[in-house]
Design a protein. Sequence first.
Lengths: 401, 193
Amino acid sequence: MTVNAKPMIATPQAMDFAEPLVLQSGASVREYTLAFETYGTLNADRSNAVLVCHALNASHHVAGVYEGQDKSEGWWDNMIGPGKPVDTDHFFVIGVNNLGSCFGSTGPMHTHPDTGKVYGADFPVVTVEDWVNAQALLLDRLGITQLAAVLGGSLGGMQALSWTLQYPERVRHAVVVASAPNLTAENIAFNEVARRAIVTDPDFHGGHFYQHGVVPQRGLRIARMVGHITYLSDDVMNEKFGRELRDAVVGSATGYKYSTQDVEFQIESYLRYQGDKFSEYFDANTYLLITRALDYFDPARTYGGDLSAAFARTAAKFLLVSFTTDWRFSPARSREMVQALLDNQRDVSYAEIDAPHGHDAFLLDDARYMNVVRSYFARISNELTLRGLAKNVTTPSGGAA
Amino acid sequence: MTNDTLHAMAALIPPGSRVLDLGCGDGALLAHLQQHKACTGYGVELDDTNVHACVQRGVNVLQLNLDLGLSVFADQSFDVVLQIDTLQHLRNAETMLRETARVGRTGIVAFPNFAHWPNRWSILQGRMPVTKRLPYQWYDTPNIRVGTFKDFEVLAEKNGLQVVDAFGLQDGQRVDVWPNLMAGTAVFKFQKH
């Protein structure tokens, strides 16, 4: 494994779109911006592009660090970079911040061109399909007609999957990690708890809190706490925190404070910390929009729930990965996708990694997981080499560029 | 799988077949079938290292536990379903045999033949056999069952399977005379009646 002493430097970019984007709901967004980053070099025949789709709270900053900010690693920096499983020495990797997010692309905190006011709650509902359409427009502008691969975990995996359905001819491989073909009722329920926490915060002001100069931080904190519980497994939480007290009272037999409102257990302290951190940078309206996009995603819906029928359009080759202790996007959900791909005789490989970390595992270093992804991308890279050779054979040397 | 065994198995599979290899190991047979016989299909494997090896080889592999059944595969969706040295690791070998016949038009099963004469000889001496084919001690073997060539004939009959070819395999060579005595490996090719 190559370890680079010097981290890769990432440079955020932005692309403006004047043409309105018509959304699945019928509404549209015009004069919008997509924030994105790229790593590696696009090859001469523009065949080595890999699109990385982000999940709920991530962004276009997938890999590398920003100049002069050593600790600003991208959210999938362990997966993507020079010598890493998705090797930027071979691939041109693109990260895009989705519409409605809060990290640079047009979202609820930006100005509505029609009203001149901040969108707030008026930002239209966006779906996974809408995001994919926007990403496709960005690729058009970058001159990329076909992706070597689209890659994503969780909600990002849903986008990768949707790419193979919306633009089958534009995707050669799809890598779908810890994802699902739709959310279960339990999963929607967790999202709803998070949304209610935000919406019922007195500082939410119906989504127009910006003009009141406040942020519904209490709601965001609770939303994040609920989310965090579902990203971990029972085992890992017990192993990490158990019943440990944060500051046991000295001289007491139990160590308890006998208080209902103070932080008593370590797990409480951890969740509060995660909630606080999140509420300082994440936008409340974005949280509502993105959880809704998760709820709505269901490509089988227009096929009477028949996922195999929905997948008939796919043309890509697939790698699916799930983690045994992930109860939010369980292996059973990945197996549903495997089955639907088998029904259509598609090329698919599936790794079910026996990792203890729950849903979070998709962002962590597990050698088995990393190796499978690394080898899969090495295969894609070999295919690129073969394509290049085939091209050189058919194209006379010295021909027109 | 030795190279001889691999070629002996490959010889049983018609070119262009859609193949499901249950317990495909490192994917060597599937890779061979793809490259030399224009076959397509998938391997099923539980072991992480083998799954990785398959991905490296460019073989479609599905990490599934065969003891949980073959429910992801549709009826008659493969030309050939292979169980090469898989049967002896399964909790319910009979269920898997029926599932093999459901999913594939033809099934091919290969497993160590416990009635091979060196094994009989060892048992006569009062000891469990330790051979090249069954290299484990009785207390550390990963095989949860042993069976014989003849045993399988009975099981196939019981499940209404029509055996279209059956032979022994010894040192990579086909054994048609007294396979139950003379071969370390039993091979059956069968179809549903």
